[in-house]
Design a protein around this ligand. Structure first.
Ligand SMILES: *Cc1c(COP(=O)(O)O)cnc(C)c1O
Length: 405
């Protein structure tokens, strides 16, 4: 008979769950990537709050590991880095996704390189540069086949001519030409070589317009780790920095020596007996098959636990390590909570810590604790989404790194 008394070691916390981010793992991954990178420069991509891990501590750890650039999708993220005291001597920063209202002057003042893929951005930067009497450092983004952001190759000659004019006027300084791959996670896919050819042609067009190109870059994590001919002067790893393989076919234990940096754990909120035939959670997708004990885990889709990882008739639920067992979410993932069927002989008590995922090879590779890939498999998603969507409500705790952080 299990007791529902709080575990004697349970301590009060503001939130009964946490994401523990190991900064030494980030630094280790950055160093492993730096070692694999044949380019002189490496940009740690820290967009989206460093894929949910925390932008400032992760950026500092990546710089310790050998990155010398930081990549931010949004201007607000780039400025946050400078506000935190990361100077241009410590890291060049590139930001690339702009909407109306983007603070061009602020970006120039704070020594942030800006990607340009539209005339309105080029003109906005030139105008801000004229006022500040300081040229904007730009990287032209080319759409070499991804079909997303970027200047189409047929529009490039005219665009490059305009850039060359502005450079002569001292309003912009062209630093880089860059692009992004559509299928880098499928090494050998013919689109990769094709995009490279289009890219090389684009660089030639820009140089022919009279603007030398200092830095060419297109390699994300997958291309960094599988295609050294794509490194050019700079690589841009993201997911690998956080410890996940960017290539589905290359998984632990051979996954490039990367170590997942994040552990997501929670304390059981309640433990209770129920009878056989008890429907569990919304819509009763899971029904107990015997008298049993249910445990309540206080994390739900508000915290980024994918509702697609519901269990029971909904499918195979997301995995959670309880002691030395791995159980699957029973029934629907709710907004704030999920339920586990702990079994009739469960000894767990409220306050016991359970682990949703951590720095392991993953269940598919014999680990006894799931990793984020296992959650991705349960939810029909990818590791990127599992860690990045972790909710703002979940406290991040940091371990490793210099003691003054
Ligand atoms: C997110 C992103 C990256 C990093 O990609 P990973 O697959 O996470 O390595 C690189 N470049 C650009 C433009 C990106 O948006």
């Amino acid at each position: 008979m299990t007791s529902d008394a709080l575990h004697p070691d349970a301590s009060w916390a503001a939130f009964p769950a946490r994401a523990i981010v190991n900064l030494d793992a980030i630094e280790h991954n950055a160093r492993a990537l730096r070692d694999a990178c044949t380019a002189p420069h490496m940009m740690a991509v820290i967009k989206a709050d460093a894929y949910g891990h925390g932008i400032i501590p992760v950026s500092r750890a990546a710089l310790r590991g050998g990155a010398d650039w930081l990549g931010a999708a949004q201007a607000s993220e780039a400025l946050e880095l400078r506000e935190a005291g990361i100077t241009v001597d410590q890291a060049r920063i590139l930001t690339w996704l702009h909407g109306p209202g983007v603070p061009f002057s602020e970006l120039i003042i704070h020594d942030i390189d800006v990607s340009v893929a539209a005339y309105w951005v080029l003109d906005g930067l030139a105008e801000a540069a004229a006022t500040l009497k300081q040229p904007a450092r730009i990287h032209l983004k080319i759409d070499t086949g991804l079909g997303r952001n970027g200047i189409m190759p047929e529009d490039l000659p005219e665009f490059a001519a305009r850039v060359a004019e502005l450079q002569k006027e001292g309003l912009v300084h062209l630093v880089g030409v860059w692009t992004h791959l559509a299928l880098a996670d499928e090494p050998g896919n013919p689109t990769i070589a094709k995009q490279k050819d289009v890219f090389d042609d684009a660089v030639a067009v820009v140089e022919a317009a009279g603007t030398p190109v200092e830095i060419r870059h297109l390699a994300n994590s997958a291309a960094l780790l599988t295609a050294p001919d794509m490194h050019y002067e700079l690589t841009r790893p993201g997911i690998a920095l956080y410890g996940f393989s960017p290539v589905p076919q290359v998984q632990p234990p051979s996954a490039f020596g990367l170590v997942p940096a994040m552990t997501l754990e929670a304390e059981l909120a309640t433990v209770k007996h129920v009878h056989k035939g008890q429907g569990v959670s919304y819509a009763h997708l899971y029904i107990t098959t015997e008298d049993t004990i249910l445990g309540l885990v206080p994390l739900g889709y508000a915290d980024g636990i994918p509702r697609h990882a519901s269990g029971g008739s909904a499918g195979v639920g997301g995995p959670i390590a309880v002691g030395d067992r791995v159980l699957r979410v029973a029934g629907r993932v709710c907004m704030d909570q999920v339920v586990l069927d702990l079994g009739p002989d469960a000894q767990e008590r409220p306050g016991d810590v359970v682990t949703l995922f951590g720095p392991t090879d993953g269940l598919a590779y014999g680990a006894s604790v799931p990793n984020a890939e296992d959650w991705a498999a349960a939810a029909g998603s990818i590791s990127y989404e599992i860690v990045t969507r972790l909710g703002a409500r979940v406290p991040r705790m940091y371990v490793g790194g210099p003691s003054d952080e």
